[in-house]
Design a protein around this ligand. Structure first.
Ligand code: PHE
Length: 368
């Protein structure tokens, strides 16, 4: 660039004839055309700007230099030809730059359009929204049935006192019924707090708070120190039921249970009550239903008995009313407690309880 002839006057360059002037302009034009060609190939925005400034910049662009150094101080007789050549060069440079600018802009637009293009034929992004867990689904189904006949839902604490979990349910301290409910006690609790072994404490809590009539179901988690195997864990789910009023009979109990079984297992299911024992019900019963697999004729699932055990229940033991200051002379009622996990496994033919808690989507997907 130091030898750029446009920084010198024509006199300094020794261009004293019109021919030499024309040749000198031709030289500049060739230089411009070569550089313009290089730049349009690169299309780098910064480089392009630099190129434009180098040629048309007001301060020391080539055109300005030609005007200042060649035209202005030109000898009188050369001035017309210098002026003419200058105008030609100027017009050529400006036209070329304008043309290239349009080209570059169009190319940039095209590239941007290609980048932004949305292909509407491509499949969209699908986000799985998941499903309700089978336990939740079973809860919903069970609660729906009881809500449909006038029960309402209440929930209670998972950490209980021995009073609510045992005493008030007519299970005194050394009662053998405490043994088959191996209990987790909370370490360091002076009150002997424990993880509830069943949802039955909510019978007491509800009756303490509420005058009869009572018609509640209680969904929730319960905990027992069982050895884990294919049907046992340290936690499972129950739904407790309690109905107390002035005129509830064993027939109401049986009718409610029957209605429930038909709703849950289908209209063909039959119900059977088998004598059982719970300290807080008297009489107590195990509720069985005809096997949902064979319909009662006997198969492997029901161990060829035709019956499947569903849950424990009974008429509320009048001794319980004493703990909640209900009038045992006037009131009667029934209660039940069902294992939700057990019912889900039975209904859906699941033989391994742990599957319900491992949350393997290959398992969960089977219950959309
Ligand atoms: N609480 C009992 C259990 O967990 C079930 C039950 C509830 C039985 C209510 C009768 C009445 O085994």
């Amino acid at each position: 660039m130091t030898t750029d002839p446009t920084t010198q006057t024509l006199a300094q360059l020794g261009d004293t004839t019109p021919e030499k002037v024309t040749a000198r302009f031709a030289e500049v034009r060739v230089r411009f055309d070569r550089q313009a060609g290089e730049h349009s190939a690169k299309k780098d925005a910064e480089e392009w700007k630099g190129f434009v400034v180098a040629w048309t910049g007001r301060k020391s662009g080539v055109l300005t230099n030609v005007g200042d150094n060649w035209l202005k101080p030109a000898a009188k007789e050369l001035k017309p030809i210098v002026g003419q050549e200058f105008q030609k060069l100027k017009a050529h440079v400006e036209a070329t730059l304008e043309e290239k600018r349009k080209e570059i802009e169009a190319a940039a637009e095209e590239a941007a359009a290609a980048r932004d293009q949305v292909d509407l034929s491509l499949p969209g992004v699908e986000r799985a929204i998941g499903t309700r867990h089978l336990i939740r689904q079973t809860f919903d189904e069970l609660l729906r049935i009881f809500l449909s006949i006038g029960f309402s839902v209440v929930e209670g604490p998972e950490i209980e006192t021995p009073y609510y979990n045992f005493e008030a349910l007519n299970i005194p301290e050394h009662h053998p019924a405490r043994d088959n409910m191996d209990t987790f006690y909370i370490e360091g609790s002076h009150a002997g707090h424990l993880l509830r072994t069943h949802t039955s404490p909510m019978q007491i809590r509800t009756m303490e708070k509420q005058a009869p009539p009572v018609r509640i179901v209680v969904p929730g988690k319960v905990y027992r120190r069982d050895n884990p195997d294919s049907t046992h864990g340290y936690m499972f789910h129950q739904i407790e039921g309690l109905a107390v009023d002035t005129d509830i009979t064993f027939c109401d109990f049986k009718g409610t249970v029957q209605y429930f079984v038909r709703e849950f297992l289908g209209p063909k299911a039959k119900t059977r009550l088998r004598p059982s024992y719970f300290p807080f019900t008297e009489p107590s019963a195990e509720v069985d239903a005809t096997c949902h697999v064979c319909g009662g004729t006997g198969c492997r699932v029901c161990k060829f008995s035709g019956w499947i055990e569903l849950f424990g229940a009974g008429m509320v033991n009048p001794a319980v009313y004493g703990f909640v200051k209900y009038d045992a002379e006037k009131l009667s009622g029934f209660a039940f407690g069902m294992g939700v996990d057990r019912l889900a496994m039975m209904k859906y033919g699941i033989t391994e309880l742990p599957l319900l808690f491992q949350n393997d989507v290959r398992f969960l997907r089977q219950f959309p």
